[in-house]
Design a protein around this ligand. Structure first.
Ligand SMILES: Nc1nc2c(ncn2[C@@H]2O[C@H](COP(=O)(O)OP(=O)(O)OP(=O)(O)O)[C@@H](O)[C@H]2O)c(=O)[nH]1
Ligand SMILES: Nc1ncnc2c1ncn2[C@@H]1O[C@H](COP(=O)(O)OP(=O)(O)OP(=O)(O)O)[C@@H](O)[C@H]1O
Length: 222
C-alpha cells in the first residue's frame, strides 16, 4: 500500500463513519415524525491535488506526515445542508452534545460572512478512528449551511477554478450581491417557516398514507 493511501486511510474511514452518523440523525427525526433540521449530508476526503496546493500555499512539506494532518484540518470534510437558517444552530448544538467527537473550534461565517460573500457555520472536530493499529485521532471539518448558502458556495467554488481566486471586479461585485440575495431568500423563507413545515408534514403524511383523516374524493363517495 502506498504511503499516501496509508496516511489517508483513517480520514476516509472518518468521512464514511461520519456520513452514516449524520445521515442517521436525519433518519431519527423522520422516525420521531419531527421536521428534520438536516436536509442532506455530503462528505469528501480532500483530493490529493488540493492537499498539494494547500501545502504549497501554507509553506508545508507535501509529505504524508502527522504534522501535515495537524496543519490541514479539512482533510476529512463533512457538509450538512439545512432548509432554514435557524436549523444551523440546532444542528451545531446536536454536534456539541455528541460523545463520539470533540468540537475544538467553531467559526461563524453567518453573522460574520467572508468578504467574498461566503456564509456557513464551521465546526472543527477531533474524531477517533479505530484501526488495526489502535486509535488514530483525526481532525475533521463540518460545514453547516442552508440550501441557499450551498447554492452560492458551489457556484462561487466552480468560478474559482476558472479565475483561481482572482475574480474580475465586476464578477466579484455580482457574487457579493448574489450572496446577499441568497441570504434575503433565507430570511424570506424563515418568515414563512411554519407554513412551509405544515405543508411538508401534510405532504409526507399523505404520501405515506399515515393520516387517516385525509381521504380521496373517491373514498368519500364510496
Ligand atoms: N465557495 C467558497 N468556500 C469557502 C470560502 N471561504 C471558505 N470556504 C470553505 O471553507 C473552508 C475553510 O475555510 P476557512 O474556515 O476560511 O479556513 P482557512 O483555513 O482559514 O481558509 P482556507 O485557507 O481558505 O481553507 C474552505 O476550504 C472552503 O471549503 C469562499 O469564499 N467561497
Ligand atoms: N467540509 C466539506 N464537506 C464536504 N465537501 C467539501 C468540504 N469542503 C470542501 N468540499 C468540497 O470538496 C471538493 C474539493 O475540495 P477542496 O478541498 O478542493 O475544496 P476547498 O476546501 O473549497 O478548497 P481549498 O483547499 O482551496 O480551501 C469541492 O467540491 C468542495 O466544495
Amino acid at each position: 500500500m502506498g504511503q499516501w493511501e496509508m496516511f489517508l486511510g483513517p480520514y476516509k474511514q472518518a468521512v464514511d463513519e461520519l456520513k452514516v452518523k449524520l445521515k442517521g440523525m436525519r433518519t431519527q427525526f423522520g422516525v420521531a415524525n419531527t421536521n428534520s433540521p438536516i436536509e442532506f449530508v455530503t462528505g469528501r476526503v480532500k483530493p490529493l491535488a488540493s492537499i498539494y496546493e494547500k501545502a504549497l500555499e501554507k509553506g508545508l512539506v507535501f509529505q504524508p506526515s502527522q504534522s501535515l494532518g495537524e496543519e490541514l484540518q479539512d482533510i476529512a470534510g463533512l457538509r450538512i445542508m439545512c432548509q432554514f437558517v435557524d436549523d444551523i444552530a440546532t444542528v451545531a448544538e446536536l454536534i456539541r452534545q455528541r460523545q463520539d467527537m470533540r468540537v475544538i473550534e467553531e467559526r461563524d461565517y453567518i453573522t460574520h460572512n467572508k468578504p467574498s460573500g461566503y456564509r456557513s457555520h464551521h465546526m472543527l472536530i477531533e474524531y477517533p478512528v479505530e484501526t488495526i493499529h489502535g486509535v488514530v485521532i483525526v481532525y475533521g471539518e463540518i460545514q453547516i449551511r442552508t440550501l441557499a448558502m450551498n447554492f452560492w458556495a458551489s457556484i462561487e467554488h466552480s468560478l474559482n477554478y476558472k479565475y483561481k481566486g482572482d475574480f474580475p471586479e465586476e464578477i466579484k461585485l455580482r457574487l457579493q450581491s448574489a450572496a446577499e440575495a441568497a441570504f434575503k431568500l433565507d430570511e424570506e423563507m424563515s418568515s414563512i417557516r411554519s407554513e412551509i413545515q405544515e405543508a411538508q408534514v401534510y405532504f409526507t403524511e399523505n404520501k405515506e398514507g399515515h393520516n387517516p383523516s385525509i381521504h380521496t374524493n373517491k373514498e368519500r363517495e364510496s
